[in-house]
Ligand binder design. Sequence first.
Ligand code: BGP
Length: 464
Amino acid sequence: MTNYQFPKDFYWGSASSGPQSEGRYENDGKGDNIWDLWYKEQPELYFNTIGPEKTSQAYTHIKEDVALLKATGHNSFRTSIQWSRLIPEGRGAINPAAVKFYNELIDELLANDIEPFINLYHFDMPVVLQKEGGWENRKTIDAYVAYATACFELFGDRVKKWFTHNEPIVPVEGGYLYGFHYPHEVSFKAAVQVGYHEMLASAKAIAAYRALGKIGEIGIILNLTPSYARDENNPSDVKAAQFADGFFNRSFLDPSVLGEYPADLIDDLRSADVLPSYLVEDLEIIKNNTVDLLGINYYQPRRIQARENPHEWSVPMPEDFFETYDMPNKKINPYRGWEIYEKGIYDTLTNIRENYGNIPCYISENGMGVEDESRFIDKQGQINDDYRIEFVSEHLKYVHQAITEGSNVRGYHMWTFIDNWSWLNAYKNRYGFVSLDLENDGKRTIKKSGHWYKKVSENNGFEE
Ligand code: BGP
């Protein structure tokens, strides 16, 4: 029996986001974001045609949901402030109903000793700004910094943990390479420009936070997906894995933590003629505004090999530099199809310790999506998700090992709290500690994993 005890004051919690949990509320002033717009244009793209208005309706369930956070052992919780709720037109007037809602949520969390971790951008570009080019347009950065500043001014007296973005590579991939986010363009050059603008916006928001003299920490949440070469002894595979790591991870990790872009990535992007336009002074801003705290989302690794065949697409793509391969005998989540590789979380934390100054970090997402989880409901209506308990505990063991070896890990947030709506996948994959019954007025029931997590949090660890 091993005792996995975590450091004092460890943050136990889960993560969600405004657009995935709040719901719409037509008369409460929220503007449209790109998910609302895309749903109006092409509802058939959304799984079971369920759009972004059908959520757990967190907007009207503050007390009930905070009580559930308590009942599942949370001492911290991440969500985001929806840009299009707070500032419906993207820039300009603030929506008073939004201020009231976020104030009530934050106050209720604090009254229950639950530390709010607040993220700003979670894939939810206001439509007005998207019509002007969204992150492709440098002017969006000013609108974003104004929104960030409004958040700091309105809520920064109580919120002490801020994040500028969740997974900034995802709008790059989804919106400008692989078609799963609006505006579903395919342009490597636009993709790189979008990523660069997101990064500069992050640094400028950090500068704005510090200029206000607020006492708290500000960071960024990155999905750090370790890239493993098929053959560590094959230089072409290693080079391909290095590109994937550079493009998907270090393009945000390095500027966010070290204040500069990796030289190998710049060389690769230059060779594809996709370097972004920038101003020389931007680089000073990025250098001077690195993060205090890093959130790490980890789901699965990338298995990479060198390209075997020339590419088949008509435009340059990141895949000119690498291809993924299907590793034989890998462990798979049978209910979602993703690889499960628990050691990836340890390798990522070790990389942060060894190469990124052991900056304070926390696991900001990690979780197991399951299709049709209703098949695991027992007679009492509880989902017996032993697979999720195993998933979380196996990852926590590796987090524990990293901490034992000196990693500066401050907490663990599972994705997610109550089953939430997820972009084009809607409710295809359920992730929560708490189930949501869409057929039954959004009824919430704590899953077996939620009860288990409470004990883990109370004991600040577990024995196994
Ligand atoms: C992460 C996002 C979350 C959530 C999660 C699960 O990348 O930060 O917002 O969507 O993935 O995704 P899915 O429901 O598509 O499995």
